[in-house]
Design a protein around this ligand. Structure first.
Ligand SMILES: [Zn+2]
Length: 481
């Protein structure tokens, strides 16, 4: 197939990005935490069709009701009444609102001084209330790309839906842990003109998001891509995870529409699902405009000048800027990338403020935990929990105060990863050190007449991780004479 001239075919692309924010839930104060343990209770509900304000019943609702499915909601002792829709929502989480304001400012958007929280009808059961709450916070922003300016049409703050766990013929199971986690929804204008630019926009917005307090990891960001060409139709591609895949998916969709048109066919406006190679498959027809009506349980949301000014004073540094800072510290590109992808830039800076040794701190944050995980076969999750910010800070302070040596750091971390308290991990280290010389002397006494290098081999085999090669050799030299 000849390469498509995207200008000629009039390619138009828009992105819609959903990112979870790292705060408590949006309309109650419950923690935003996904759970793997068994639920403490379930609630069973059925959907009933009720006529809307026009007096008619929505056909989509009718269809869902006709399926006669029962929704089973899985909750925990910590699940609150808001989450099971037995209590009106509490006011919007202020922290989440501030994060959305930050992002709006970074995207050059105009913030609404007064705005209305809305209900968007949801009929698949993924919200206990039957609707999703959403509030438009800002509009008319833009970002600059190497292919020109791309508009940001709208920025909303929304609540995430319940997580689907499984389904039988008659039931759908949803877990309430995800319901209510704050999401920012960013919709770009259809200004993107080629696949490469689509990727660039996703990367840029991703950088802005990650410089703010957002959740990381699988499933915390979801991107939809809208693609059309002249004489084609708007097709929404769901669930594109990585910017590289966005580029591929746009390419393939432009090709698909181009092919249909050149065979005098008609492109249907529909929702498609992305596959791993960037190809897509039909998911469902394009839904009509979502039914929205005001959330009557909450007052208008006022965003004061003072609040915006406060947020402006505390804007996060964009990742691009701090990337430059990190390069000045002579960290290699791979380390810099890892610091960002694992969201450890802030922790890195905090530790660096205690001990000015960028390479060692990068190793402590990024390399040692992995090595320990693979050698001791401890799950990474557990290691990250034990080697948390306060444990690492303690180790680095101990290093600064010369309670331990640089060569001992990894061994100390190993002990902590095996469940020892940081305090005891460095103390025992001290005793070990005092005994090391005695141990080395014993090794030499037991096998007299060997070369320095042969002793070195024996010593390192027995005391691996407890002493550096250099220190061991100094002691060996003392006794081999
Ligand atoms: Zn709650």
């Amino acid at each position: 197939m000849p390469e498509i001239n995207y200008d000629k075919v009039g390619l138009k692309v828009g992105l819609e990005i959903h990112q979870q924010l790292d705060t408590k839930k949006l309309f109650c104060s419950c923690p935003s935490m996904l759970r793997q343990d068994n639920p403490d209770f379930t609630i069973h509900r059925k959907l009933h069709a009720v006529a809307g304000e026009t007096g008619e019943i929505d056909p989509a609702v009718m269809h869902q009701v006709s399926l006669k499915k029962e929704f089973v909601y899985e909750g925990y002792k910590t699940t609150c009444l808001v989450e099971i829709d037995e209590e009106p929502p509490h006011p919007v989480n202020n922290e989440a609102l501030k994060i959305v304001l930050q992002i709006s400012i970074l995207l050059n958007a105009k913030i609404f001084p007064i705005t209305q929280i809305m209900r968007k009808t949801v009929i698949d059961g993924s919200n206990t209330s039957g609707f999703q709450r959403t509030v438009l916070i800002a509009r008319d922003g833009f970002i600059q790309t190497s292919h020109g300016k791309v508009g940001i049409e709208s920025i909303c703050l929304e609540e995430d839906s319940a997580r689907i766990i499984g389904a039988t013929e008659n039931e759908v199971f949803y877990r309430l842990d995800r319901l209510g986690i704050p999401l920012i929804e960013i919709a770009t204008a259809p200004d993107i003109k080629n696949p490469e630019q689509a990727k660039e926009v996703a990367l840029q917005i991703g950088k802005i998001l990650r410089s703010c307090n957002v959740r990381r990891g699988l499933g915390t960001i979801r991107q939809d891509v809208n693609v059309s060409i002249k004489k084609g139709a708007r097709v929404e591609i769901k669930g594109v995870q990585k910017p590289e895949l966005i580029e591929k998916a746009v390419e393939k969709e432009a090709e698909r529409q181009f092919q249909i048109i050149s065979m005098e066919g008609k492109v249907d406006s529909e929702v498609r699902k992305v596959l791993l190679n960037g190809e897509t498959e039909f998911l469902r027809p394009m839904p009509g405009n979502a039914r929205m009506y005001p959330e009557t349980d909450l007052p208008l949301l006022k965003i004061s000048r003072d609040m915006i000014n406060e947020v402006k004073k505390d804007l996060p540094k964009l990742i691009g800027e701090s990337e430059e800072e990190l390069r000045k510290l002579e960290l290699n590109q791979e380390m810099i990338k890892l610091l960002f992808s694992e969201n450890k830039v802030e922790e890195f800076k905090e530790l660096l403020a205690v001990l000015n040794n960028p390479k060692l701190i990068a190793k402590i944050l990024l390399v040692f935990p992995r090595e320990i995980a693979s050698r001791e076969t401890i799950p990474m999750e557990k290691i990250e929990k034990l080697l948390d910010a306060s444990a690492l800070l303690f180790v680095i302070k101990s290093l600064k105060e010369k309670k331990i040596k640089e060569s001992e750091v990894k061994h100390v971390l190993e002990k902590i990863a095996n469940g020892e308290s940081p305090r005891s991990a460095i103390k025992i280290e001290k005793e070990d050190l005092n005994n090391l010389e005695e141990k080395i002397h014993k090794i030499i006494r037991e096998k007299p007449g060997l070369s320095e290098n042969a002793y070195m081999g024996l010593v390192m085999k027995e005391l691996k991780g407890k002493i550096s090669g250099k220190e061991a050799m100094e002691i060996i030299k003392k006794y081999v004479k």
